[in-house]
Design a protein around this ligand. Structure first.
Ligand code: IMP
Length: 200
């Protein structure tokens, strides 16, 4: 049997992008938390993306006794002093979802001109071994600005309101491979893929 890795996430958008990135490596047997109903949501109590990713990876490795890949990511907006940051998925409150989060962010930036709408996606990627030990970490960033309205229907989360630097269109108007080639997640995965490729 090949190497088994569980993606410590139930977020289908993230899972899809990670699997797409590794699509040519047939020797890995992938799973994700979307496949296991017995694992409850892991509370993200850390103050940083790295702390939250480590927490998710180690917890799931210890429960499942496999390698585990965790991604903690979010959007940091300069005008909002880095918010929503680690709270990106919960930005609009208890019943938050992607649409409500986007709406809240557009609202908070309403009337703010382009020059003050700079932001970046950040991704911390962590791999833990079957004993729960963190064996590799990587980080990726993608700079851009927050648009004035939603555009595009690909991707997930804040993609439809994020315009990557040098592009006149949103992240949600890029194909999966175009997004992976410039995204925070794609950049973090480049380094992680090299490490995973060297595992016995
Ligand atoms: P967490 O890492 O599960 O805490 O949540 C990350 C949140 O950040 C997601 O729910 C999205 O709202 C946002 N996010 C992370 N990566 C992306 C991305 O690639 N595109 C759009 N939104 C993202």
């Amino acid at each position: 049997m090949g190497l088994e890795i569980i993606i410590a996430s139930k977020n289908r958008g993230k899972i899809k992008e990670i699997l797409f990135f590794f699509k040519d490596n047939k020797s890995i047997e992938w799973g994700s938390l979307a496949d296991f109903v017995d694992i409850p949501d892991i509370e993200e109590t850390g103050d940083t993306f790295y702390e939250n990713a480590s927490l998710k990876a180690s917890t799931v490795s210890l429960l499942k006794k496999t390698y585990c890949l965790a991604d903690d990511s979010g959007l940091c907006v300069d005008f909002l002093d880095g918010r929503p940051g680690v709270y990106s998925s919960r930005y609009s409150g208890k019943d938050a979802d992607d649409a409500k989060n986007r709406e809240k962010l557009l609202q908070e930036l309403s009337g703010i001109e382009t020059s003050q709408r700079s932001a970046r996606f950040v991704c911390s990627m962590v791999l833990s071994d079957p004993s729960g030990k963190i064996v590799h970490t990587s980080t990726g960033r993608c700079e851009g600005i927050i648009g004035f309205k939603e555009e595009g229907s690909m991707g997930f989360g804040y993609d439809s309101i994020f315009i990557p630097s040098g592009y006149g269109i949103t992240m949600a108007q890029l194909t999966e491979s175009e997004k992976n080639s410039i995204s925070h997640r794609g950049k973090a995965l480049e380094d992680m893929k090299e490490y995973i490729g060297r595992l016995p």
